[in-house]
Design a protein around this ligand. Sequence first.
Ligand code: NAD
Length: 374
Amino acid sequence: FPVRMDDGTVKVFHGFRVQHNSVRGPGKGGIRYHPEVTLDETRALAALMTLKCSVLNLPYGGAKGGVICDPATMSLGELERLTRRYTVEIAPLIGPDTDIPAPDIGTNARVMAWVMDTYSKLKGYGCPAIVTGKPIEIGGSKGRLEATGRGCLINARSIMAHLGKELKGSVVAVQGFGNVGSVTARLLARDGCKVIGITDVFGGIYSEGGLDVEEVNRHCQQTGSVVGFPGSQSLNNAELLALKCDLLVPAASGNQIHATNASAVKASVVLEAANAPTTPEADEILRDKNILVVPDILANSGGVVVSYFEWVQGRQSFFWTEEEVNSQLERAMHAAFQDVLQTSVQRNMSLREAAYSVAVQRIATALDFRGIFP
Ligand code: NAD
């Protein structure tokens, strides 16, 4: 689709919207703006969304969208025109009852506001339930921004309880200090964990006695990185992943724990805050070392759960307090964790296999009941 750029030229962009499965409900999934977006990657991410929504028992299927572009090099006006035209192109496919987009890499609440406004203009009336992750002022949900990190905290409590340990006093290392990593680290620290190491794309910091995560956050907001936090020692990613700790939280990007570094991991639990941070080979190595892995589709699903709450609130035009959002999030995450844990124990499988098993079983059962049309 064509977009007029600031210099007057017209540039043609390629974008996708993939709906993977809608047996359990409308498609749900983010829109990614990144130079390396491909149709295949979008398909894979849509399939993961089907599984994530199913394991959390949300009444959704899976979808994903993407535009091949580099938002870092585009002006706000160019991004708005790109978003509005992309929305027009996918408008026949999306809808509050068919497919509900959300933010992903390279998109944010502002982009969702443009999607919502464009779709609403096409319809002739306001449609807040067409996207989630909107600004609160136009129907976004309280608690949405920190929902993924809060979901990680809830899973951390559950897995430590399963191991018969207290979360309070647990030693933690976090890779990545963006939306997910910074919220997770701060909530874990508030729950009494000792966060000894944090890395970001520029480097990392370590303190044997524990870092003051709120202060690290302030330092990061001022300088753009955790690097150079006063009183800390520096460490790199390889050293972070090899720290002796109770909880290792990869919250950066995919494929960070792989065949060559997995054997160095000394954590008792890996909590996958990022999407697909562990390669299949590394997964086997961690399993041989008796390291428990809380899989991504369970660990980082707090964001899609609160997206669901946002959609429900938008459809009812009835908005919840942050306490209500957080307590419903806790209920949903806790139930999903117990479903996965029980399956894992009963069927003697890893938490990842159990999460896939619970998800696929629910989709199969729904398909079975619905049957084949005509
Ligand atoms: P973000 O861009 O806000 O933060 C990413 C962080 O990782 C930054 O601190 C960056 O410096 C760091 N980083 C990047 N590459 C790194 C590397 N090689 N080593 C160490 N640190 C590195 O992104 P985010 O929204 O926090 O997402 C992080 C991960 O969580 C992604 O895999 C994303 O798909 C996944 N996720 C996010 C959400 C959400 O609600 N934001 C929901 C589910 C899953």
